[in-house]
Every structure is written in structure tokens, then in C-alpha cells.
Design a binder for this molecule. Structure first.
Ligand code: FAD
Ligand code: 2HG
Ligand code: ZN
Length: 472
């Protein structure tokens, strides 16, 4: 620990918000999956943009790396320090956004709201709801995931098919750069073509270009009715065909999700749930539609036209029934963690390649780890599958390599919605060309010349360029 550091930071945020107790610091240094962990010098919790700026200036003056942490629900290790690797550099400071949690009044003229980076998704959803509106992004970690983390990862979630990912909701941002400069563009203008869109550059930058402190968000009309159907089908190809049909036919379609019988069994076992119906099918589609009226009738009529299998269908038109059906899909993540530390490979494929991928990925994993458990699920409407593999030790990356190389060979992307984090840095070149990588590094060099923000996340500081924070 550098002499005087604690006092300098305490003078900015107050002594109570500079955490140095080893036990307390440790509670910030392991990610949600348990796969990624590394030591931190201390944790600092600023409560305003000005405090964030002063903290970053103090860290930059000491050449100290900074890891930004919101709700720590990210699944690629980007919110925690790198493992101690013997390289002679100081362990990072963890900057927690927990105190940047204010949510402003909903502006019902523009249908927008300003939220602090540390505000939770559930908080934003509740504020929107109280004003008769909705926030369009939803995901199962809603009670903990923060607006800043969701912007930094360009989170997708359950309703991308209808509203787009986080990027589509961002109408302004306040962000602090590595040297403490504040960029603030919070006017909420829907149209504003005045040069580079720096707010959008921050979306998906995973804490490597700046610390987001507040975001201006788009809200959408609240849809009072919701219908949810769970449909058992015979194959991935049948699920993909049905998803495409629904996208063509069903008004108000807001989710088309997929999971498999093995995942359903695991969720039922882990969460103590009864199966949705007595018939079993290899593949399940969860479909949701929202609207103002007749939503259930419209969805039922579209489903009837597609010739669904009555034995393996459950439909819900009230909140408790909808929640019951959604639980089978949403609780996969916690159920998988119940059987071990997962390798999470969040990938996206051309929709036409999904069925081939589903077959090939099981073989590819078995080829490198014969006793691994593979659980697949995801957002089939977006071509996004979550490949979860439990069995191989956390640092055995052969399974990761096999899956990601297969994805690239089929024209997919190695990250659909979780980001690159620390988990996939080695494989970024499978989805980005040398010219794209060089341009990303140039952006990083320009905004964070010492590579102090989240070093080792997204881009590898050891590859040429970037002075790898405090190594010297
Ligand atoms: P963190 O985990 O704290 O951080 C994530 C990344 O963002 C890190 O690189 C961090 O450094 C950076 N960061 C955080 N805050 C800031 C900030 N203020 N400024 C700059 N950088 C910052 N993700 C999906 O996309 N779709 C899903 O459906 C989904 N479902 C999930 C379900 C469960 C049960 C869980 C545990 C996770 C799920 N996730 C999902 C992943 C996760 O919730 C998202 O990635 C979310 O966006 C992370 O938010 P967070 O606040 O927890 O960020
Ligand atoms: C989801 O869609 C999340 O539920 C989590 O993106 C995915 O646990 C996972 O692999
Ligand atoms: Zn997902």
C-alpha cells in the first residue's frame, strides 16, 4: 500500500468509504460465478461525479490501476481484480459505484429518467412503473445489477427482440475519464449529430475507457397485459423454426427463450419446482407477448396456427402464472452454480446455424472433457445461446477454446451480451479483425494512456501498446 493513499482518498470520500479491512475488501474481489478472483489494495466508494473524478486523479497520480465495480453480477470476471500473478505491480483499487444510486424524477414529457450508475435495474424499473411507464431492459439479476454495469457491458436480457439492448436505451451519459476529466452529455436529445458519440463509445467498453456516473435513459409505454406460453418441442431446429414464425406473426412479441430438458430437470431439482407439465420434450420455448388488450387471445390464435402440441404446452395470462413459467428459464443460472463453478460461454450465432451449433457444441465439449456437464439455454430469438460447462477446473481453458473456435467457424460472435471481461480476452481475435483490434487499442491509448482502468479486461495490456499500469 502506498504511504498516504488511504488518507488522500479519505479526504475525498470520507474515511468510512475507504475500506481496508482484509475481510471486507475480500468481499469485493471474487466475481458472481466464483471463477475469477484477485487481490485489491482497498475499496473506495465515492458518492458524486466530482468525488469519482478526484479519486481517479489521485489514483492516476500514484499510477494505481482501478477496477470499476457495480453490482458484481457480471459473468466474465470484468468487475474484479486480476489474479495475483507475481508481476511487480500494485494490486488495483476497487471503485464501487454503490453510493451513486440516485434515481431522478421521471420526466413524463420526454419519457426519460436520469439514474446514477449505482442504481439497480429493479430501482429503475420501479421508478418507471410508478410513473406509468416501463424500462425496456430486464434480466434475472435485476435486484443487484446496476445501470453503470449494464451500460458498460451493453447488457441484453430478456426483451432485446422487442426493444433492443442497453445501447438502445441510452440517451445521455456522464462519465469520468482516467485522468479525472468529466464528459457530461445529459440533455436527453433524441437526435444530436454533433461528431463522435462518446456516450455510445462507452457502451460496452467494460470499464476500460471511463467510469460511468449517471445515465439518461429512455422509457417506453407500460403494456398492461402479458401472456406467457411454455412450449415443448422436438428439436432445436423445430424451436428455431417456431421462433421465426412467431417473429413474423405475433404482435407484441417480447421474448422468445430456449432451454432443454436437462436444464429444466436441474432447475426443478435445485429450486424445488414441479415440472410445468407431465409430458417431457427435449427442447422448450418460452414465449411472451405484451400489449394493451386481447394479448392472450392473439397469442393463443397464433400458436394454434403453428400447430402446437397440447400435451406439452402451458399458458399463463396472470402475473403469478407468468412468474411460474418464467422461473423455469430465469433460474438456470443459479441452478447451474449449484453444481459447480461454471465456464460461461455466452455466444451468438446466425439463427440458421443454431441447430447445427447445438449438436456440434456438445460434441466439442465432450471431445476435450468427457465428464463435463453441458447446459444450454438462452435468447433464441436473438440467436444467443448460453453454453454453461461444469466440470473442468476454473483455469482449464480447453473447453472455452473449443466452444469459441466452433462459434467463430460458424460465423458467430464469442460474446453476445456479457462482454469479454477477463474470461475471453485471449479469443477476441476470433470475432474482431486485426484492424479492429488496432483501432480499439488506439482508442484505449488515447483515453487511458497508462492503461489504468480495468487493465486486463477486454484488451490484453501485455500485447504491444499500453504501458500496463504501474509495471515500470
Ligand atoms: P458489474 O458486474 O459490477 O460489472 C460489469 C462490468 O462493467 C465490469 O467490467 C465493470 O468494471 C464494468 N462497470 C460496472 N459499473 C461501471 C461503471 N459505472 N462505469 C464503467 N464501468 C462499469 N446479462 C445480460 O446481458 N443478460 C441477461 O439476461 C443476464 N442475466 C443475468 C442473470 C443472472 C442471475 C446473473 C447473475 C447475471 C446476469 N447477467 C445478464 C449478467 C449481468 O447481470 C450483466 O452483465 C450486468 O450488466 C452487470 O451489471 P453489474 O452492475 O453487476 O456490473
Ligand atoms: C441469462 O440469460 C443470463 O439468464 C445468464 O444472461 C446466462 O448464466 C448464464 O450463462
Ligand atoms: Zn442471457
Amino acid at each position: 500500500m502506498q504511504p498516504g493513499l488511504v488518507e488522500r482518498l479519505a479526504a475525498i470520500v470520507g474515511a468510512a468509504h475507504v475500506l481496508v479491512d482484509a475481510e471486507v475488501v475480500r468481499s469485493y474481489t471474487t466475481d458472481w460465478t466464483g471463477r475469477f478472483s484477485g487481490p485489491a489494495t482497498l475499496v473506495v466508494r465515492p458518492s458524486t461525479t466530482e468525488e469519482v473524478a478526484a479519486v481517479l486523479q489521485a489514483c492516476a497520480a500514484s499510477h494505481l490501476p482501478v477496477v470499476v465495480q457495480g453490482g458484481n453480477t457480471g459473468l466474465v470476471g470484468g468487475s474484479v481484480p486480476p489474479p495475483a500473478d507475481g508481476v511487480a505491480r500494485p494490486a488495483p483499487v476497487v471503485l464501487s459505484t454503490v453510493r451513486l444510486a440516485a434515481i431522478g424524477p421521471v420526466d413524463r414529457v420526454s419519457n426519460q429518467v436520469t439514474a446514477g450508475a449505482g442504481a439497480t435495474l429493479a430501482g429503475v424499473q420501479a421508478a418507471a412503473h410508478a410513473a406509468g411507464l416501463s424500462f425496456p431492459v430486464d434480466l434475472a439479476a435485476r435486484d443487484t445489477a446496476t445501470v453503470g454495469g449494464m451500460v458498460a457491458t451493453n447488457a441484453g436480457g430478456l426483451h432485446v427482440i422487442r426493444y433492443g439492448a442497453m445501447r438502445s436505451q441510452v440517451l445521455g451519459m456522464e462519465v469520468v475519464l482516467a485522468d479525472g476529466q468529466v464528459l457530461s452529455r445529459m440533455s436527453g436529445l433524441v437526435k444530436d449529430n454533433t461528431g463522435y458519440d462518446l456516450s455510445q463509445l462507452m457502451v460496452g467498453s467494460e470499464g476500460t475507457l471511463g467510469v460511468v456516473t449517471a445515465v439518461r435513459l429512455r422509457l417506453v409505454p407500460h403494456q398492461p397485459q402479458r401472456a406467457v406460453a411454455l412450449l415443448g418441442v422436438d428439436s432445436t431446429a423445430a424451436a428455431v423454426a417456431l421462433a421465426s414464425e412467431l417473429r413474423r406473426q405475433a404482435d407484441g412479441l417480447s421474448a422468445v427463450e430456449i432451454f432443454y430438458q436437462d436444464g429444466l430437470d436441474l432447475v426443478c431439482h435445485h429450486c424445488g419446482l414441479e415440472p410445468p407439465f407431465s409430458a417431457e420434450r427435449p427442447v422448450y420455448l418460452l414465449v411472451e407477448a405484451v400489449g394493451r388488450d386481447d394479448v392472450i387471445d392473439q397469442l393463443a390464435s397464433v400458436l394454434a396456427d403453428t400447430g402446437i402440441d397440447d400435451e406439452a404446452t402451458a399458458v399463463a395470462d396472470d402475473e403469478s402464472g407468468a412468474a411460474r413459467l418464467w422461473a423455469y428459464r430465469e433460474r438456470h443460472t443459479e441452478a447451474i452454480s449449484g453444481i459447480g463453478v461454471p465456464h460461461k460461454l455466452d455466444v451468438t450465432l446466425p439463427i440458421a446455424a443454431l441447430a447445427d451449433f447445438e449438436r456440434a457444441v456438445r460434441l466439442a465439449v465432450a471431445g476435450v472433457s468427457s465428464d463435463a456437464v453441458v447446459v444450454l439455454f438462452g435468447h433464441v430469438g436473438d440467436g444467443n445461446l448460453h453454453v454453461n460447462v461444469v466440470g473442468p477446473p476454473p483455469d482449464d481453458e480447453r473447453v472455452d477454446a473449443a466452444v469459441l473456435e466452433l462459434v467463430a467457424s460458424l460465423g458467430g460472435s464469442i460474446s453476445a451480451e456479457h462482454g469479454i471481461g477477463r474470461a475471453k480476452v485471449r479469443w477476441l481475435g476470433l470475432s474482431r479483425s486485426p484492424a479492429e483490434l488496432a483501432t480499439m487499442r488506439a482508442v484505449k491509448d488515447a483515453l487511458d494512456p497508462e492503461w489504468l482502468l480495468n487493465p486486463g479486461v477486454l484488451l490484453d495490456p501485455q500485447v504491444d501498446g499500453g504501458s500496463a499500469s504501474g509495471d515500470e
